[in-house]
Design a binder for this molecule. Structure first.
Ligand SMILES: NC(=O)c1ccc[n+]([C@@H]2O[C@H](COP(=O)([O-])OP(=O)(O)OC[C@H]3O[C@@H](n4cnc5c(N)ncnc54)[C@H](OP(=O)(O)O)[C@@H]3O)[C@@H](O)[C@H]2O)c1
Length: 335
């Protein structure tokens, strides 16, 4: 496709939200996409990552700058056209991204070239869109936030979720003992098949007691908590002295205000709340993390498949399923 800069290039389909709200606010619409400007590329997307952050954007928990707003942070596809000053990519290149500007729920879109990562032939577009955000998150959590050492015992909440399945396999590969929590027996089996030594069904069993029993009262070196409101306080009570609580998501809701002195009282604990953007802002760092993720998949110690595929115009159903805890692993929207 050859399009002149600044010209209207084509009609495309996307999902927008007019205001924060339930899944039904997701609206499928046609709109015009301009030709790529300076430093931009036009991507014909083949797969779009479904992420919990999309729910946080849709509900307004993470407010969007304006409404109506497009939605979605992650996609993969083929470059259809490039703007001026784009040297690193050419039409026909396969790419993946997880980044602002928001608007991944679309069949065609513009993106700044410096946020794109080239896709190796061995990784399909669908798999890339499924694992990129979640795999890079898992990577920074266990290599930067809490560098895992052989012999560490860790606790991972939502272990059968997207980030969870990748994190558990990677931590296991690094020599950790991995305890996971999951909502159902079916999810427990999936977690165990993906690196979890033990999967606690925390909807039925108190996970603080279970962790105490499994670690002979010692507690774990780190808890990776993406559930938030429902697990935060109990997660602290699972830690060994000087252990680290990594609070990286709030799927169950925002965490109640917290007295920092609790960390002292509970034996000198550490607490952090890391963000994806901090760990991918620098392009060299982004490419290094992406390379590590693709390498881990190629080596076979991270095995992921697409659990659910939703046509783009069924984003409402995708959001309902993710929010109702019906999904496991990674899912994609397909334009
Ligand atoms: N900080 C970062 O850099 C970063 C980056 C990426 C993702 N995240 C966060 O990491 C988490 C995982 O993301 P993901 O896309 O892979 O999602 P996911 O883990 O596949 O889905 C969320 C899971 O959370 C669990 N959950 C527990 N209570 C819940 C509730 N009340 N409502 C909904 N879900 C609940 C469910 O698993 P069970 O049924 O097994 O409990 C559910 O399947 C999210 O919180 C996301 O915001 C953070």
């Amino acid at each position: 496709m050859i399009v002149a800069q600044g010209e209207l290039s084509m009609q495309a389909n996307r999902i927008v939200i007019t205001h924060p709200g339930p899944p039904s606010v997701l609206r499928y619409e046609q709109h015009d996409v301009a030709a790529p400007g300076r430093g931009e590329v036009l991507i014909r997307q083949t797969a779009i990552g479904l992420n919990y952050i999309d729910i946080q954007h849709r509900t307004g928990r993470y407010p969007l700058p304006h409404y109506p707003s497009p939605i979605g942070m992650e996609g993969a596809g083929v470059i259809a056209a490039i703007g001026s000053d784009v040297a690193a990519f050419k039409p026909g290149d396969r790419v993946v991204y997880s980044s602002l500007p928001i608007g991944a729920y679309a069949d065609v879109r513009l993106m700044p070239a410096d946020r794109l990562v080239p896709l190796p032939a061995a990784i399909s577009d669908e798999l890339a869109a499924g694992i990129f955000t979640k795999g890079i998150t898992a990577h920074y959590l266990i290599f930067t936030t809490f560098p895992i050492k052989r012999g560490d015992t860790i606790l991972v909440h939502a272990a059968a979720g997207g980030v969870g399945l990748i994190l558990c396999q990677w931590a296991k590969h690094l020599g950790a003992t991995v305890i996971g929590t999951v909502g159902t027996e079916q999810k427990a089996a999936i977690a165990r098949a993906h690196g979890c030594d033990t999967a606690i069904v925390y909807t039925r069993q108190d996970f603080v007691d279970a962790v105490a029993q499994l670690t002979h009262g010692k507690g774990v070196a780190a808890v990776f908590d993406s559930v938030g409101k429902d697990t935060f306080e109990k997660s602290l009570r699972c830690l060994a002295p000087r252990g680290l609580l990594v609070s990286f998501g709030t799927a169950s809701g925002p965490i109640a205000p917290f007295d920092v002195f609790e960390l002292n009282r509970l034996d000198s604990l550490y607490l952090t709340s890391p963000a994806f953007v901090t760990h991918t802002r620098d392009r060299t760092e982004l490419l290094a993390r992406a390379g590590a993720l693709f390498g881990a998949v190629a080596s076979g110690f991270i095995e992921m498949s697409i659990a659910r595929r939703y046509p783009l115009n069924q984003a409402v159903q995708a959001h309902e399923d993710l929010q109702a805890r019906r999904t496991t692993g990674v899912s994609v929207l397909v334009p």
